[in-house]
Design a protein around this ligand. Structure first.
Ligand SMILES: *Cc1c(COP(=O)(O)O)cnc(C)c1O
Length: 427
C-alpha cells in the first residue's frame, strides 16, 4: 500500500514540516571567537591548572550549575559518557546491581554493564512511561547499589517517591535527564533530585552542541570523581600525592568549541521550553476530545519538557491497527513514531548475555544466579506500551506553530472519522 494518500483526496499537509536545527547567530559568533583564539580544547591530563579544562568549559559548567541550582556541573563529551562517568563515580563495580527503566535510549543500561554492573529492569508506569515506584522494592537484593531513573520524553518521573525508596535502602540515585532539561517536580529541577544527574547536548536534544553531556551533583566527592574519570585522573592523583584514591580515567573531555555552543544554547533553553509547553498544552487540550487517543498525563506539581509528545492509542477504541493509524496520520503530513525503542532487556545482548563472542560473559558471569531472566513478559507494561499502544509525535517544538498543531489535530480527527473506510484495507 502506498504511503501517500491512504485516505484519497488532499492530505492535510502535502509535505511534513522539515526538521530545523536550533543554531542561531549567537552560536556562530561564539564558535568563531574560540576559533580566533586558536585554543580549541584546553585540558591537560595532569594536576596543573588545566586539569579542569579551559575557559569555555568552565563557563558552561558555571552556567549549568546556576541554571539548575546545583553545586557542581561537570561537562563531558556526550550523555553516554556522562552516564558511564556517573555510574563509575558512584562506585558501581563487578556484580553490583542497578535498577533501571527498560524504556530508554540504550545508553542508560549500557553504562551499568560497562562498569561491570548488572542492570535489573523495573517496569514503567503506564501513564508516564517512567519507572513505577511501586515495583521497585521487589527487585532490591543485597547486591543492589543504585537506582538509575530515566526522565523519558521530558517527564521527570516519580522522583520524590523514588528518592524516598533510595534513601530507605541506602541506594544512590542517578537521574538520566537527557530528555528533560528544565522539567520540575514541585519546583525542583529534574536532574537534581538524584545524587547525580546527567544532561545531553546531542544534536537531537532540546538544546545541543552537536555532541556533549553534563553531569550535575551537590556532592563534592562525586564531582571530584567525575572530574578524575573525565581526564585520566590516575595521573593527577599521583601528582597530588593522594595515596587513598584510585581511579581509572578516560578522555571524556568537551572541546572549547562545543562548550561555546552549549553556553549559547543554555541561554535559549527557557525560550525553547516556553514554545514546547505552549504547543503541548494546545495539543493536550485537543486530544481530550478525540476518542481512542490519550495525551500526556501531567500530575499536579510537575512540569514537562516535551522532548517528544507521547500519545496512547487505546486499542479497544479503534477498528484499525496502531500501525495503520500511524501510517494514515503520517500520510497526512505528520509523521508518527510507533512505539519508542525496544524494551532493552529484549535486545540480543541481554538475551545472549555475552558480548561479541561467547567467552565474554562478563559481567553477567559475576553472579551465580541472575536476579532477572531477560525475556518476554519481564515488564508487561513496557511491552504493551511499546508493541501495542504508544505512538510519539515530534510536533511540540520550533518551527511548529499553533496553526501546525491545529492541522495535526485535524489529521488525527480525519483518520478517526475514516476508520471504517480504513478498516477494510487490513493492515
Ligand atoms: C539521548 C539520550 C542519551 C544519550 O545521549 P548522547 O548525548 O547522545 O550520548 C541517554 N539517555 C537518554 C534517555 C537519551 O535520550
Amino acid at each position: 500500500m502506498s504511503k501517500c494518500a491512504i485516505l484519497g483526496g488532499k492530505p492535510v499537509r502535502e509535505k511534513a514540516i522539515p526538521w530545523v536545527g536550533t543554531m542561531g547567530k549567537e552560536e556562530k559568533e561564539a564558535v568563531l571567537e574560540v576559533m580566533d583564539t586558536g585554543v580549541l580544547s584546553d585540558f591537560l591530563a595532569n594536576s596543573g591548572d588545566k586539569f579542569l579544562g579551559g575557559r569555555k568549559v568552565k563557563e558552561l559548567e558555571a552556567a549549568f550549575a546556576e541554571r539548575f541550582h546545583s553545586k557542581h556541573a561537570i561537562s563531558v563529551n556526550s550523555a553516554t559518557t556522562a552516564l558511564h562517568t556517573a555510574v563509575a563515580a558512584c562506585g558501581i563495580g563487578p556484580g553490583d546491581e542497578v535498577l533501571v527503566s527498560p524504556y530508554t535510549m540504550v545508553a542508560s543500561a549500557s553504562a551499568i554493564l560497562m562498569n561491570g554492573g548488572i542492570p535489573v529492569f523495573v517496569d514503567i508506569d503506564e501513564n508516564t512511561y517512567t519507572m513505577n515506584p511501586s515495583l521497585i522494592e521487589r527487585w532490591i537484593t543485597p547486591r543492589t547499589k543504585a537506582i538509575l531513573t530515566v526522565n523519558i520524553f521530558g517527564f521527570p518521573g516519580y522522583l520524590k517517591e523514588i528518592r524516598a525508596i533510595a534513601d530507605k535502602y541506602g541506594l544512590l540515585l542517578i537521574e538520566d535527564n537527557a530528555q528533560a532539561p528544565g522539567a520540575t517536580v514541585n519546583g525542583t529541577e529534574a536532574g537534581t533530585i538524584g545524587d547525580i544527574g546527567i544532561f545531553s547536548l546531542n544534536y537531537h536534544k532540546i538544546i545541543q552542541s552537536g555532541e556533549g553531556g553534563v553531569l550535575v551533583t551537590d556532592s563534592d566527592e562525586l564531582a571530584w570523581r567525575c572530574q578524575l574519570i573525565r581526564n585520566h585522573g590516575e595521573v593527577a592523583l599521583d601528582e597530588l600525592n593522594d595515596m587513598e584514591t584510585a581511579v581509572l580515567g578516560n578522555n571524556y573531555r568537551m572541546s572549547e568549541l562545543h562548550a561555546a555552543i552549549g553556553i549559547e544554547q543554555l541561554k535559549k533553553l527557557d525560550l525553547f521550553l516556553e514554545s514546547r509547553r505552549m504547543l503541548a498544552a494546545r495539543l493536550s487540550k485537543a486530544l481530550k476530545e478525540i476518542r481512542g487517543l490519550t495525551g500526556v498525563f501531567l500530575p499536579e506539581g510537575y512540569t514537562h519538557s516535551y522532548y517528544l509528545y507521547p500519545i496512547k492509542f487505546d486499542r479497544n477504541e479503534w477498528k484499525i491497527s496502531r500501525k495503520l493509524f500511524a501510517d494514515a496520520v503520517s500520510a497526512e503530513g505528520f509523521p508518527l513514531g510507533v512505539g519508542y525503542v525496544k524494551p532493552i532487556y529484549l535486545m540480543n545482548l541481554y538475551r545472549h548475555k555475552h558480548i561479541i563472542n561467547e567467552k565474554s560473559t562478563f559481567p553477567f558471569s559475576m553472579v551465580d544466579k541472575l536476579t532477572q531472566e531477560y525475556q518476554k513478559g519481564l515488564c508487561p507494561v513496557v511491552e504493551r506500551m511499546h508493541y501495542e499502544e504508544l505512538v510519539t509525535a515530534d510536533v511540540c517544538r520550533l518551527p511548529y506553530t499553533e496553526n501546525d498543531i491545529d492541522d495535526f489535530v485535524e489529521a488525527l480527527e480525519k483518520v478517526r472519522s475514516a476508520q471504517d473506510e480504513l478498516s477494510g484495507l487490513g493492515d
